[in-house]
Design a protein around this ligand. Structure first.
Ligand SMILES: [Zn+2]
Length: 234
Protein backbone atom coordinates (compact mmCIF):
# COMPACT_ATOMS: atom_id res chain seq x y z
CA UNK A 1 0.00 0.00 0.00
CA UNK A 2 2.86 2.38 0.72
CA UNK A 3 4.12 1.84 -2.80
CA UNK A 4 0.64 2.57 -4.16
CA UNK A 5 0.41 5.75 -2.08
CA UNK A 6 3.81 6.91 -3.28
CA UNK A 7 2.79 6.37 -6.90
CA UNK A 8 -0.60 8.06 -6.36
CA UNK A 9 1.04 11.22 -5.04
CA UNK A 10 2.64 11.63 -8.45
CA UNK A 11 -0.50 11.56 -10.62
CA UNK A 12 -2.57 14.70 -11.34
CA UNK A 13 -5.78 13.57 -9.62
CA UNK A 14 -4.13 13.12 -6.25
CA UNK A 15 -1.60 15.94 -6.22
CA UNK A 16 -3.73 18.34 -4.17
CA UNK A 17 -5.89 15.69 -2.52
CA UNK A 18 -3.04 13.80 -0.90
CA UNK A 19 -0.71 16.65 0.05
CA UNK A 20 -1.88 16.65 3.68
CA UNK A 21 -2.05 12.89 4.00
CA UNK A 22 0.49 10.99 6.08
CA UNK A 23 -1.18 7.63 6.50
CA UNK A 24 -2.60 5.64 3.59
CA UNK A 25 -5.40 4.42 5.86
CA UNK A 26 -6.88 7.93 5.65
CA UNK A 27 -7.09 7.97 1.87
CA UNK A 28 -10.51 8.99 0.55
CA UNK A 29 -12.70 6.66 -1.54
CA UNK A 30 -12.39 7.08 -5.29
CA UNK A 31 -15.76 6.97 -7.09
CA UNK A 32 -15.59 4.71 -10.15
CA UNK A 33 -16.98 7.53 -12.34
CA UNK A 34 -14.05 9.78 -11.38
CA UNK A 35 -11.66 7.20 -12.72
CA UNK A 36 -13.57 6.14 -15.84
CA UNK A 37 -14.40 9.74 -16.76
CA UNK A 38 -10.77 10.84 -16.79
CA UNK A 39 -8.29 7.97 -16.65
CA UNK A 40 -5.50 10.26 -17.86
CA UNK A 41 -5.56 11.98 -14.45
CA UNK A 42 -4.44 8.66 -12.93
CA UNK A 43 -1.81 7.83 -15.48
CA UNK A 44 1.64 7.47 -14.01
CA UNK A 45 4.55 8.28 -16.30
CA UNK A 46 6.89 5.66 -14.91
CA UNK A 47 4.41 2.80 -14.54
CA UNK A 48 4.92 1.12 -17.86
CA UNK A 49 2.14 -0.61 -19.66
CA UNK A 50 3.21 -4.20 -20.19
CA UNK A 51 1.57 -6.50 -22.69
CA UNK A 52 -0.46 -8.85 -20.50
CA UNK A 53 0.36 -12.54 -20.38
CA UNK A 54 -2.55 -14.93 -20.01
CA UNK A 55 -2.48 -16.39 -16.51
CA UNK A 56 -4.03 -19.83 -16.68
CA UNK A 57 -6.16 -20.95 -13.74
CA UNK A 58 -5.40 -24.59 -14.64
CA UNK A 59 -2.02 -26.25 -14.25
CA UNK A 60 -2.40 -27.43 -17.83
CA UNK A 61 -4.96 -25.64 -19.98
CA UNK A 62 -3.63 -27.25 -23.16
CA UNK A 63 -3.88 -25.08 -26.28
CA UNK A 64 -5.55 -21.82 -25.32
CA UNK A 65 -7.45 -19.51 -27.66
CA UNK A 66 -7.80 -16.02 -26.20
CA UNK A 67 -10.50 -13.87 -27.80
CA UNK A 68 -10.17 -10.23 -28.71
CA UNK A 69 -7.57 -8.97 -26.27
CA UNK A 70 -3.98 -7.79 -26.29
CA UNK A 71 -2.47 -10.84 -24.64
CA UNK A 72 0.97 -11.96 -25.65
CA UNK A 73 1.02 -15.03 -27.90
CA UNK A 74 3.12 -17.94 -26.60
CA UNK A 75 3.63 -21.59 -27.59
CA UNK A 76 0.35 -22.55 -25.92
CA UNK A 77 -1.64 -19.32 -26.18
CA UNK A 78 -2.94 -17.68 -29.33
CA UNK A 79 -4.97 -14.50 -29.54
CA UNK A 80 -7.85 -14.22 -32.02
CA UNK A 81 -8.82 -10.66 -32.76
CA UNK A 82 -10.87 -10.51 -35.96
CA UNK A 83 -12.31 -12.92 -38.54
CA UNK A 84 -11.72 -15.60 -36.02
CA UNK A 85 -14.42 -18.22 -36.54
CA UNK A 86 -12.77 -20.42 -39.16
CA UNK A 87 -9.34 -19.79 -37.75
CA UNK A 88 -10.51 -20.67 -34.26
CA UNK A 89 -12.04 -23.94 -35.44
CA UNK A 90 -8.84 -24.83 -37.29
CA UNK A 91 -6.73 -24.09 -34.21
CA UNK A 92 -8.71 -26.70 -32.21
CA UNK A 93 -8.21 -25.13 -28.79
CA UNK A 94 -8.49 -27.12 -25.56
CA UNK A 95 -9.45 -23.97 -23.67
CA UNK A 96 -11.22 -20.80 -24.74
CA UNK A 97 -10.61 -17.65 -22.72
CA UNK A 98 -12.07 -14.22 -23.28
CA UNK A 99 -14.15 -11.29 -22.09
CA UNK A 100 -17.61 -12.21 -20.85
CA UNK A 101 -19.52 -10.74 -23.82
CA UNK A 102 -17.35 -12.53 -26.42
CA UNK A 103 -17.51 -15.90 -24.67
CA UNK A 104 -21.23 -15.53 -24.07
CA UNK A 105 -21.86 -14.73 -27.74
CA UNK A 106 -20.01 -17.86 -28.89
CA UNK A 107 -21.94 -19.93 -26.35
CA UNK A 108 -25.27 -18.55 -27.59
CA UNK A 109 -24.33 -19.17 -31.25
CA UNK A 110 -23.18 -22.72 -30.49
CA UNK A 111 -26.22 -23.51 -28.40
CA UNK A 112 -28.47 -22.19 -31.19
CA UNK A 113 -26.60 -24.25 -33.79
CA UNK A 114 -25.27 -21.22 -35.71
CA UNK A 115 -21.65 -22.03 -34.91
CA UNK A 116 -19.79 -25.32 -34.63
CA UNK A 117 -16.41 -25.63 -32.98
CA UNK A 118 -14.40 -28.76 -32.17
CA UNK A 119 -15.16 -29.87 -28.59
CA UNK A 120 -13.06 -28.22 -25.90
CA UNK A 121 -11.06 -30.60 -23.70
CA UNK A 122 -10.19 -28.43 -20.72
CA UNK A 123 -11.97 -25.23 -19.79
CA UNK A 124 -13.66 -21.94 -20.50
CA UNK A 125 -12.06 -18.96 -18.79
CA UNK A 126 -14.32 -15.93 -18.53
CA UNK A 127 -12.82 -12.49 -18.02
CA UNK A 128 -14.98 -10.31 -15.81
CA UNK A 129 -14.36 -7.02 -14.06
CA UNK A 130 -14.61 -3.29 -14.36
CA UNK A 131 -14.32 -3.41 -18.15
CA UNK A 132 -16.17 -6.63 -18.89
CA UNK A 133 -19.01 -6.66 -16.36
CA UNK A 134 -20.04 -9.55 -14.17
CA UNK A 135 -21.68 -12.87 -14.95
CA UNK A 136 -25.43 -13.04 -14.45
CA UNK A 137 -27.31 -15.93 -12.85
CA UNK A 138 -27.86 -17.81 -16.14
CA UNK A 139 -24.35 -17.43 -17.55
CA UNK A 140 -22.62 -20.44 -15.97
CA UNK A 141 -25.45 -22.71 -17.02
CA UNK A 142 -25.34 -21.39 -20.60
CA UNK A 143 -21.56 -21.83 -20.80
CA UNK A 144 -21.79 -25.37 -19.45
CA UNK A 145 -24.53 -26.31 -21.93
CA UNK A 146 -22.58 -24.87 -24.85
CA UNK A 147 -19.05 -26.06 -24.00
CA UNK A 148 -19.42 -28.97 -21.50
CA UNK A 149 -16.18 -28.11 -19.71
CA UNK A 150 -15.59 -26.40 -16.34
CA UNK A 151 -15.94 -22.62 -16.21
CA UNK A 152 -13.31 -20.48 -14.48
CA UNK A 153 -13.91 -16.82 -13.76
CA UNK A 154 -10.97 -14.42 -13.86
CA UNK A 155 -11.52 -10.89 -12.56
CA UNK A 156 -9.31 -8.49 -14.49
CA UNK A 157 -8.09 -4.93 -14.00
CA UNK A 158 -7.64 -2.05 -16.44
CA UNK A 159 -4.62 -3.60 -18.18
CA UNK A 160 -6.16 -7.07 -18.19
CA UNK A 161 -3.97 -8.07 -15.28
CA UNK A 162 -5.57 -10.80 -13.17
CA UNK A 163 -6.97 -9.37 -9.93
CA UNK A 164 -8.60 -12.57 -8.69
CA UNK A 165 -8.90 -16.05 -10.20
CA UNK A 166 -11.16 -19.03 -9.73
CA UNK A 167 -9.31 -22.32 -9.12
CA UNK A 168 -10.03 -26.03 -9.55
CA UNK A 169 -11.93 -26.11 -6.25
CA UNK A 170 -14.40 -23.46 -7.55
CA UNK A 171 -14.69 -22.01 -4.04
CA UNK A 172 -14.42 -18.29 -4.68
CA UNK A 173 -11.63 -16.43 -6.47
CA UNK A 174 -8.04 -16.25 -5.19
CA UNK A 175 -6.91 -12.63 -4.85
CA UNK A 176 -3.80 -12.08 -6.94
CA UNK A 177 -1.93 -10.21 -4.24
CA UNK A 178 0.87 -8.85 -6.41
CA UNK A 179 -1.70 -6.95 -8.50
CA UNK A 180 -4.52 -6.05 -6.16
CA UNK A 181 -5.48 -5.15 -2.62
CA UNK A 182 -9.20 -5.45 -1.86
CA UNK A 183 -10.85 -3.94 1.20
CA UNK A 184 -14.47 -4.25 2.31
CA UNK A 185 -16.60 -1.13 2.52
CA UNK A 186 -20.25 -0.80 3.62
CA UNK A 187 -20.82 -4.51 4.08
CA UNK A 188 -19.46 -6.51 1.19
CA UNK A 189 -18.73 -3.71 -1.30
CA UNK A 190 -15.18 -3.91 -2.58
CA UNK A 191 -12.56 -1.18 -2.70
CA UNK A 192 -9.58 -1.80 -4.93
CA UNK A 193 -6.11 -0.33 -4.70
CA UNK A 194 -3.97 -0.94 -7.75
CA UNK A 195 -0.48 -1.93 -6.71
CA UNK A 196 0.99 -3.43 -9.85
CA UNK A 197 0.34 -4.66 -13.36
CA UNK A 198 -1.21 -1.41 -14.54
CA UNK A 199 0.01 2.01 -15.65
CA UNK A 200 -2.57 3.76 -13.45
CA UNK A 201 -2.13 4.69 -9.82
CA UNK A 202 -5.36 4.71 -7.83
CA UNK A 203 -6.36 4.18 -4.23
CA UNK A 204 -9.52 2.71 -2.76
CA UNK A 205 -11.48 2.67 -5.98
CA UNK A 206 -15.18 1.98 -5.31
CA UNK A 207 -15.46 -0.88 -7.79
CA UNK A 208 -19.22 -1.38 -7.86
CA UNK A 209 -18.51 -5.03 -7.05
CA UNK A 210 -19.38 -6.94 -3.92
CA UNK A 211 -17.97 -10.11 -2.36
CA UNK A 212 -17.09 -11.52 1.01
CA UNK A 213 -13.33 -11.51 1.58
CA UNK A 214 -12.39 -14.74 3.27
CA UNK A 215 -9.08 -16.02 4.62
CA UNK A 216 -8.16 -19.59 5.47
CA UNK A 217 -7.32 -22.47 3.16
CA UNK A 218 -9.11 -23.05 -0.13
CA UNK A 219 -10.26 -26.53 -1.16
CA UNK A 220 -7.31 -26.58 -3.58
CA UNK A 221 -4.82 -26.12 -0.70
CA UNK A 222 -4.03 -22.48 -1.48
CA UNK A 223 -3.86 -20.07 1.46
CA UNK A 224 -4.69 -16.40 1.07
CA UNK A 225 -7.63 -14.05 0.70
CA UNK A 226 -10.49 -15.18 -1.53
CA UNK A 227 -13.48 -13.31 -2.96
CA UNK A 228 -16.62 -15.32 -2.19
CA UNK A 229 -19.90 -14.73 -3.99
CA UNK A 230 -18.40 -12.09 -6.27
CA UNK A 231 -21.10 -10.04 -8.03
CA UNK A 232 -22.11 -6.56 -9.14
CA UNK A 233 -23.08 -4.55 -6.06
CA UNK A 234 -26.66 -3.38 -5.85
ZN1 LIG B 1 -8.40 -22.58 -4.59
Amino acid sequence: MKRALRAAREVPYYQSRLSQLNDWRDTPLLPLGDFLGNPVAFHHHSLVRRQPVFQSPLADAGKVAVLGTGFLDTDQVRTFRFDWEEELAAYRPDTIAGPLDRVRKIAIDMYAGRLTLPALERAVVVFTGLRDGMMGPGDRDLLWKAFRVPVYEQLQGFNREALASECDAHEGLHVETPNAVFEPNQGERLLLTGVGGTEYAFLRLATGLAAKIEGGTCGCGWTGPRLMGLRAAR
